[in-house]
Design a protein around this ligand. Structure first.
Ligand SMILES: Cc1cc2nc3c(=O)[nH]c(=O)nc-3n(C[C@H](O)[C@H](O)[C@H](O)COP(=O)(O)OP(=O)(O)OC[C@H]3O[C@@H](n4cnc5c(N)ncnc54)[C@H](O)[C@@H]3O)c2cc1C
Length: 380
């Protein structure tokens, strides 16, 4: 019996756990999955939660039914990779032979005041707290810090859901700078239509209880500040002596094993995965393939086979612009924009298909099927 412990039941931990459980039944794998919440968090939809939308409740135990995976509801407090043990917040310890580290990332709170005064998408509860705050405001200003995809999705979602509130998007560079010019122009028009005030070249140096301070001293009043700029891995891996990058993500080899502790796989946002074009940045698009790959590689190891190298290339940048609009930028494997993009109704349909595909993907995986989904498009 090989004890396989998977830490974190997000998109990638679920994919890895189900994959290895279904593929190692006959070769003696026993899989345990640890997560603090009994509910699967659809991180892709946290901006919808912040806008007050009630999402479907996916119980992790129900999703895992029939797989034979043991679900442990607890937090990971620490790791002892030399003794191959995981310390849980509830006081219990789990011993493992192989580990999958899929704890995701949390918001980088290094800018003063972010930890105390900004709302963050670290978990479902964080998005619910923002929704409650916005619901309580008759009028006022919401500041969204960050002009990346999460910042734009949030600003448009909130502006559409709370038209009585002023929404200000602050960004160091240009919003959506990773997109092609035509798709970006579409995004700017959508934000203009929704009345969002965009401030480019805005460097937030401090978050205060009722304002944000820009470099140069200007204060922008804010009744609720959402921080979407920058994430980092949890401290557990660094504290346990794993080789991590500058953002505390576990550095992995071409099979996705920790370079310092090869009996540990790291996947999703928590892993620093190098490709010829650079280190993969945290997306579900890349994360689910890493989870599937780790599950397959572990099952191969259990059968005495050599695991294959991970291959991946980006395909798209899907971006919702509220519930009624969206834009999809198609990209090359290195995430640089291609000419093609989708907008409007077709893009809304496309984006919704992407966001809703993980749960059906897990169901297919349970039946041992390889889902032909957008998440599996790999290249390069
Ligand atoms: C608003 C928003 C929109 C996004 N939209 C897109 C998109 O359109 N397309 C795309 O590809 N990506 C998108 N992303 C990024 C995507 O959500 C992440 O890349 C993806 O969630 C990474 O999956 P993961 O499994 O690595 O981490 P997560 O999904 O964050 O899962 C980590 C899991 O670990 C658990 N965990 C955390 N700490 C502990 C602990 N101490 N002990 C035990 N368990 C713990 C968490 O509870 C969670 O279940 C979006 C992100 C946000 C915030």
């Amino acid at each position: 019996m090989t004890r396989i412990v998977v830490l974190g039941a997000g998109y990638t931990g679920m994919a890895a756990a189900i994959r290895v459980a279904t593929r190692s039944r006959r070769s003696g794998g026993r899989v345990t999955l640890v997560n603090p919440s009994p509910r699967f968090t659809e991180r892709l939809r946290l901006h919808q939660t912040a806008a007050g939308e009630r999402l479907a409740d996916h119980s992790i135990e129900r999703v895992l039914a029939g797989t034979g995976i043991d679900f442990v509801q607890d937090t990971v407090a620490g790791l002892d990779p030399e003794a191959r043990r995981v310390r849980l917040g509830g006081g219990r310890e789990l011993a493992y032979d192989k580990l999958v580290y899929a704890l995701g990332t949390v918001t980088d709170v290094s800018v003063p005041g972010v930890a105390e005064h900004a709302y963050r998408y670290d978990d479902h509860a964080g998005a619910v707290r923002l929704a409650e705050r916005l619901r309580s405001l008759e009028e006022g200003t919401v500041v969204v810090a960050g002009g990346g995809l999460t910042g734009i999705e949030s600003a448009t979602e909130l502006a559409e859901a709370y038209p009585r509130l002023r929404v200000v998007l602050l960004t160091r560079g240009r919003p959506g700078s990773m997109m092609g010019e035509r798709a970006r122009a579409y995004v700017m028009r959508a934000m203009d239509r929704l009345g969002i005030e965009v401030r480019e070249a805005a460097d937030v140096v401090k978050v205060l209880p009722a304002a944000v301070e820009l470099a140069g001293g200007e204060l922008i009043p804010s009744d609720a500040t959402l921080w979407t700029t920058g994430t980092r891995g949890l401290p557990q891996a660094r504290e346990a002596g794993f080789t991590v990058d500058g953002r505390d993500r576990i550095v992995v080899d071409d099979v996705l094993r920790s370079v310092s502790h090869p009996d540990v796989y790291a996947v999703g946002d928590a892993a620093a995965v190098s490709r010829p074009f650079g280190v993969i940045h945290g997306t579900c698009q890349s994360g689910i393939p890493t989870g599937l790959h780790a599950g397959t590689a572990l099952a191969d190891e259990l059968r005495g086979r050599r695991p294959r190298a991970f291959r991946f290339g980006y395909f798209h940048q899907p971006l919702s612009l509220g519930r009624k609009d969206a834009v999809i930028q198609f990209v090359r494997p290195d995430d640089t924009p291609r000419r093609g993009y989708l907008k409007g109704r077709w893009a809304v349909f496309y984006k919704e298909s992407v966001s809703s595909s993980p749960i059906p993907t897990f169901r297919l995986l349970k039946r041992g099927l390889v889902p032909v989904s957008l998440f599996r498009l790999t290249a390069g």
